[in-house]
Ligand binder design. Structure first.
Ligand code: NAP
Length: 313
């Protein structure tokens, strides 16, 4: 980070953040994009992206994000790593506490996205890295020729189950209802895949393990209440997401489930703080919608800064 004062600081380095960065730096605003861990966000743990226009046949998530990053730094966007612990809103200026250091800016764009939700089962946390995972692209290759389960019925669960068939001997998709939430094209692929077995109307009651790690799970039929044990070497949890918004909870209005309340114009309840991408109350969570959101947020931040300058004169 070159010095500590910026026009705009973007928090989060996923598709929304990168696009906000591209638009803000192209608008000649002194802009910094801060990322906590890995530039690219959730896309870095996504396999093939089939619904990003311009890439017939699809493109790997990390490859697409490398291109995004290359593109946004071309316009002078500064990028850096750090965890934003707190934002102090002094009106026309905002102070960010990042790993104990202070950065100031006129406008903040929050694009911190979401993190995978946990099942909350006893032993789940202790078995992470020893059979339990929240990311098939990260850990899938460790499960060759062994039975595994994927929990959930949404797009993530469906994509992960399909991806994991490359390695596992069998994939049991455990879904609590009798119908998948995932898009039709993924449902079709799941239903006809010979390695995927669906445990309909089922939830995981209990994890089974020994000193080497996960060995299985007890599944419960949500209708009959009957339980059965399945042998598993791995379990991939894909039961939805939680927004990463705790650090702004005292500054901007959040929904009950933690999403930042902001409309299509990305304005939050705090002037000069904008929210874009999956952490906002969006109707669709896709790369394409995150990109549009990031662009809007940057233009809104530019207008906000212009108005600040006019009110100063
Ligand atoms: P999601 O759409 O919220 O689906 C979560 C799934 O987990 C649902 O099937 C839900 O069951 C189930 N579930 C929730 N809590 C559970 C629990 N405690 N026990 C068992 N099952 C539970 O989450 P997601 O799949 O992570 O997707 C998040 C967003 O990203 C969505 O908007 C999705 O469309 C998007 N996405 C898009 C793509 C793509 O376009 N290629 C890929 C990945 C994600 P119910 O169905 O019964 O509620």
């Amino acid at each position: 980070m070159s010095d500590s004062t910026y026009d705009v600081i973007i928090i989060g380095g996923g598709p929304a953040g990168m696009t906000a960065g591209l638009y803000a730096s192209r608008a000649m605003l002194k802009s910094l994009m801060l990322e906590k861990m890995i530039m690219g966000g959730q896309m870095m743990t996504t396999t093939k992206v089939e619904n990003w226009p311009g890439y017939p046949g699809g493109i790997e998530g990390p490859e697409l994000m490398m291109k995004f990053q290359e593109h946004c730094v071309e316009f002078g966007l500064e990028t850096g790593y750090g965890t934003v612990e707190k934002i102090i809103d002094n009106g026309a200026s905002k102070t960010l506490i990042v790993d104990g250091k202070e950065l100031t800016c006129k406008a903040v764009i929050v694009t911190t996205g979401v993190v995978p939700r946990k099942l909350g089962l006893e032993g789940e946390e202790a078995l992470v890295g020893r059979g339990v995972s929240y990311c098939a692209t990260c850990d899938g290759a460790f499960f060759r020729d062994v039975p595994i389960a994927v929990i959930g019925g949404g797009d993530t669960a469906a994509e992960e189950a399909l991806f994991l068939t490359r390695f596992a001997s069998k994939v049991i998709l455990v879904h609590r209802r009798d119908q998948l939430r995932a898009t039709k094209i993924l449902q079709e692929r799941i239903l006809k895949h010979e390695k995927i077995e669906i445990a309909w109307n089922s939830v995981v009651d209990r994890l089974l393990s020994d000193n080497t790690g996960l060995t299985g799970a007890v599944l419960r039929d949500t209708q009959s209440g009957e339980t059965r044990e399945v042998e598993l070497a791995g379990m991939f949890v894909a039961v939805g997401v939680t927004p990463t918004t705790g650090f702004v909870a005292d500054l901007v209005e959040l929904t009950e489930d933690g999403y930042i309340q902001a409309g299509e114009d990305t304005h939050t309840s705090a002037p000069g703080i904008f929210a874009a991408g999956d952490c906002r109350t969006t109707v669709l969570k896709q790369v394409s919608t995150a990109v549009g959101d990031g662009a809007v947020a940057a233009i809104m931040a530019e207008k906000y800064i212009e108005e600040l300058q006019h009110s100063d004169n």
